[in-house]
Design a protein around this ligand. Sequence first.
Ligand SMILES: [Zn+2]
Length: 108
Amino acid sequence: MSLNIEEIKNNLLKEKEELEIILKSINEEIEYIRSNEVYEYSEVAEAYEEKQDLHIKKEKIEERIKKILNTLEKIEKGNFGMCVKCGNPIEEVRIKFDPTLECCRNCI
Ligand SMILES: [Zn+2]
């Protein structure tokens, strides 16, 4: 495999750091909305929607962080880049595109 594992690892760590910063600001926003829960009637729907959006974003980011952590663990264990279903190596092009992929093309 001609993949630069060290580089992939550093990129994942950097991405995780960035995501954690975004997650923190989303949490602050959610907290802010929660602490200002008294709204004018006309603002209620809007605030509710905003809150829903934030929660969806938050979930997506947490999901991605989980995937990154998983991948970092695989790198440590030495089974990075292997399909979790069939055990064959995942196509390099796809791994480069997204190192957190878990399956090869045949097993998607
Ligand atoms: Zn597979």
